[in-house]
Design a protein around this ligand. Structure first.
Ligand code: AMP
Length: 217
């Protein structure tokens, strides 16, 4: 297996987490989901979790300095030595510049930034039906990818739950935060010549094939 250094960019509900997990099975790379790390910190009541909880529950972004420090530390772990899949980071221009600096200091660069494109109406449908396993973090959708039995994870038997920020009022805030703060990164990475647009409409498998093609696999 080969390593790969990729950013998955796209609005909430675009399928970044699902595709990152699939790419991880194929490449020698760690998956870094900043949302997962933060939710874990919140549930464990760590200092970071206490700092981040309010931002997450109202759908706002956690301040850049906290996020950049968290990702910088995570990237040093052994399982990220050969490569990484960044899911949900960077989300601001400041974070993108910090990432570039961190990688430059280590003599590294991104291979590709996959921009997963999904129309807004579909995003709302996807987020409203999304369920996550408390045990292993597997992702499901009540209509598009349902578990075999209600609220139970097929893989580990864990309980499935709906993220607090996947409720309709918060979804609207998250979408406008995406448009204002994260969408400008599309231009930023296009200018650097590493942006790969991926059509995010279709089945998980169809999108996986497009993703693999975009990274040249
Ligand atoms: P996600 O699971 O990626 O949708 O992230 C859930 C929430 O965690 C976001 O709505 C933010 O509040 C926070 N978050 C995750 N990643 C970042 C990031 N890179 N920068 C700032 N906040 C983040």
């Amino acid at each position: 297996m080969v390593g790969i250094r990729v950013v998955l960019l796209g609005p909430p509900g675009a399928g970044k987490g699902t595709q990152a997990k699939l790419l991880q099975e194929r490449f020698e790379a760690c998956q870094i989901s900043t949302g997962d790390i933060l939710r874990q910190a919140v549930s464990e009541h760590t200092t970071l979790g206490k700092q981040a909880a309010g931002y997450i529950s109202r759908g706002a972004l956690v301040p850049d300095d906290l996020i950049v420090k968290m990702v910088g530390e995570r990237l040093q772990a052994k399982d990220c030595e050969k490569g990484f899949l960044l899911d949900g980071f960077p989300r601001t221009l400041g974070q993108a510049q910090s990432l570039e600096r961190i990688l430059q200091e280590r003599g590294l660069a991104l291979d590709a930034v996959l921009s997963i494109e999904v129309p807004q109406q579909l995003i709302i449908e996807r987020l409203a039906g999304r369920r996550t396993c408390r045990g292993c973090g597997s992702l499901y959708h009540l209509a598009f990818d349902p578990p075999k039995s209600d609220n139970v994870c097929d893989r580990c038997g864990g309980e499935l739950y709906q993220r607090e920020d996947d409720r309709e009022e918060t979804i609207k805030t998250r979408l406008s935060v995406y448009e204002n703060q994260t969408a400008p990164l599309i231009h930023y990475y296009r200018e650097r010549g590493i942006l790969k647009p991926v059509d995010g409409v279709g089945t998980v498998d169809e999108i996986r094939r497009r993703v693999l093609q975009a990274v040249g696999a």
